[in-house]
Design a protein around this ligand. Sequence first.
Ligand code: SF4
Length: 422
Amino acid sequence: MSAVIARRATHQVQIDHLTVGSEAPVVVQSMTNTDTADAAATAAQVKALADAGSEMVRITVNSPEAAAQVAEIRQRLDDMGCNTPLVGDFHFNGERLLQEFPDCARALSKYRINPGNVGKGAKGDEKFAYMIRTAAEYGKAVRIGVNWGSLDQSLAKRMMDANLTLAEPKAPEAVMKEALIVSALESAQKAVDLGLPENKIILSCKVSAVQDLIEVYRDLGRRCAYPLHLGLTEAGMGSKGIVASSAALAVLLQEGIGDTIRISLTPEPGAPRTQEVVVAQEILQTMGLRSFTPLVTACPGCGRTTSTVFQELARDIQQHLRDKMPQWRLAYPGVESLNVAVMGCVVNGPGESKLADIGISLPGTGETPVAPVYVDGERHVTLKGDNMAAEFLAIVENYVAVNYGEGGKKRRTAKVIPIAHG
Ligand code: SF4
């Protein structure tokens, strides 16, 4: 595992069984897109996100109908054996919903408050204070989540006006970035003054452009000791959203900035909501910060492999490993570090396969139609015929049971997943 650099010392925030901040592993979050008023659909999606590996799930709490169902959603999840903390996303009417639905206030593990959407002037201050006091009363954590698209306009105006009085005014973009940070820091200080302990506060300042996000979070990280929730807001759809999120988060995580992450992907129509969890996990795992799911090392293929056999096998193996993880996570601790190689021909196939825990080197075009399988660096068996995929999966299953089951030599015994932060 690689070491990150310049990790900030931050407070640790306890959210039920989860620890966020300081030396704790970077936590993966996601958000539902169901109508929270539909308790069955929302509980089912939270469960699916949790099964995919989301360690906290945010749900929108935007109406009395939604707030009325939050405790029911929590109960349904508990009944399914799912203890994933729920975060309530509040805008505009959060104080009223928390006041009218105390069951909702109790059932949530964390409140997300957007200072730009609480309200203006003294009325806004009152609403903010009510939400913070409710969090303090119930012992809940709060994320003060500032967003570029809903920045507190009175603060922005105040800072723009002050900038104009300077002998050398800054560019408006620079003032806006500073306003994002000031909004988060001033709101956090107000929350502390209202009685919320510092170790109950997480901050975020989300923007939608990669370089802006890096700049804002570097600055925010220097100026406070609160854990930071990291994510590129409105990242977009498909490869653009994945690449933009990865580019921004990789730079910041490498600098030790970011204690919990969410990938805000726009799902393709009909695509599973869980994709944002998979991307978040893969960013952390490919950076060597955490391990979640055995990964498949696969070559890109080239003119030496003209059939689709190896692409299909690589895809099927990765999907199989991911599908198995909800059960394997419990039965085979440590299996998330398993490394499987699926290679297309003899050029790099045997070498890469030997480096993996289990590897298969498929025959390239014109090669003898056999596939040597390597286990722990040694040639184990040679597969041939039409049933290679099933036979290889059986070898993987057996390897996992023997090595990560009770008494297995690769089974992890420590309770906490080690990470490279330091
Ligand atoms: S391992 Fe073989 S098939 Fe795969 S990219 Fe290299 S040369 Fe091409």
